[in-house]
Ligand binder design. Structure first.
Ligand SMILES: Nc1ncnc2c1ncn2[C@@H]1O[C@H](COP(=O)(O)OP(=O)(O)O)[C@@H](O)[C@H]1O
Ligand SMILES: Cc1ncc(COP(=O)(O)OP(=O)(O)O)c(N)n1
Length: 303
């Protein structure tokens, strides 16, 4: 159930780090919230120097600065759902867990530990704190395979469904992404995430695949879309499917871009609405390009 007053959008909160390249972290979260009609509030936990080729440095903020931001947000706005990304220290993990409990926040935990480039964004102490303090109070956790292995300590060859189920045993729902393609995925070019609820057998969530290397920020976009749908009042099963569809569509929108020298961003531009029929009163002098370079080739946006 959305907690926004009538006529106002629901509010979602992202507690995450910045990406100077604008692909992952808060950039992905806030643009995704906006695209899905949700007002985004934010709490910055870390500043990264990062581009499409990798992460050059990570500067975690002191816990007192994170606490001050959280106090400001929850003291003023009615937060309908929250998500976490890079948290930076065990102290910040504990802080977020305490606020989530106190405010009874539906909470999506994206347990960002290692970027695809290999940079460490959360060390072993942060992983242990996530397991001990945050997962037990989360609505859902969205690890990729390597994050799930780090959180569970299971062997690297553990199959995806077993990995998702082991994580769910820690006490919250799990959406495991980035696993091995299934036989059907290989035949049809699809992707399969795994949804595991505590005590239930894991379910495959198969969705469209996009043949692209430009996937920087896919995990953040996915967890932010999931948070936005929860903030809008969707149930978990609906929200996880909608999040995967949104992420795939945004990856398709950015697949042809050439931004940076490495793995380019998932598209965070606002999807163009379909062009309206030309009103009779449109001045003849209006330039054809006035509505932007992509107006002639609408992508069939997702709203
Ligand atoms: N090439 C792709 N085509 C379609 N969906 C993708 C693709 N790559 C990742 N996804 C989806 O993006 C979402 C985020 O997953 P993933 O990229 O594994 O996260 P992370 O960035 O944390 O590793 C999941 O729903 C996953 O299935
Ligand atoms: C500041 C920041 N937060 C999170 C990530 C990880 O982003 P994600 O979408 O999970 O994956 P990558 O595409 O980065 O591998 C990040 N890189 N920076």
């Amino acid at each position: 159930m959305s907690r926004s007053p009538a006529g106002s959008p629901p509010v979602a909160l992202s507690v995450a780090g910045t990406d100077s390249g604008g692909a992952a972290g808060l950039a992905a979260d806030l643009t995704t919230f906006a695209a899905l009609g949700v007002h985004g509030a934010c709490t910055v936990t870390a500043v990264t120097a990062q581009d499409t080729t990798g992460v050059a440095s990570v500067h975690a903020l002191p816990p007192r600065e994170v606490a001050a931001q959280l106090d400001a947000v929850v003291g003023d706005l009615l937060v309908a759902a929250a998500k976490t990304g890079v948290l930076g220290s065990p102290a910040v993990v504990r802080l977020v867990a305490a606020v989530a409990v106190e405010q009874r926040l539906p909470l999506v935990v994206d347990p960002v530990l290692v970027a695809t480039s290999g940079a460490v964004l959360g060390d072993a102490d942060v992983a242990a704190a996530l397991v001990e303090h945050l997962l037990p109070v989360a609505t859902v956790v969205t690890p990729n395979r390597s994050e799930a292995l780090a959180l569970t300590g299971l062997a690297a060859d553990t199959p995806d469904p077993a990995l998702a189920a082991a994580l769910a045993d820690l006490g919250c729902a799990v959406v495991l992404t980035g696993g091995e393609p299934t036989a059907a995925d290989r035949r049809h070019g699809t992707r399969t995430d795994w949804l595991a609820l505590p005590g239930s057998p894991p379910l495959p969530l198969t969705h469209a695949g996009v043949p692209t290397v430009h996937d920087h920020g896919s995990g953040c976009t996915h967890s932010a879309a999931l948070t936005a749908h929860l903030a809008r009042g969707a149930d978990l099963a609906t929200a996880v499917r909608a999040a995967a569809a949104f992420t795939a569509e945004r990856m398709r929108a950015g697949a042809g871009w050439r931004l940076g020298r490495g793995r380019g961003p998932v598209a965070h531009t606002v999807p163009e609405p379909a062009p309206a029929s030309t009103p009779a009163s449109t001045p003849a002098s209006t330039p054809a390009t006035a509505r932007g370079p992509r107006a002639a080739t609408p992508t069939g946006g997702d709203r």
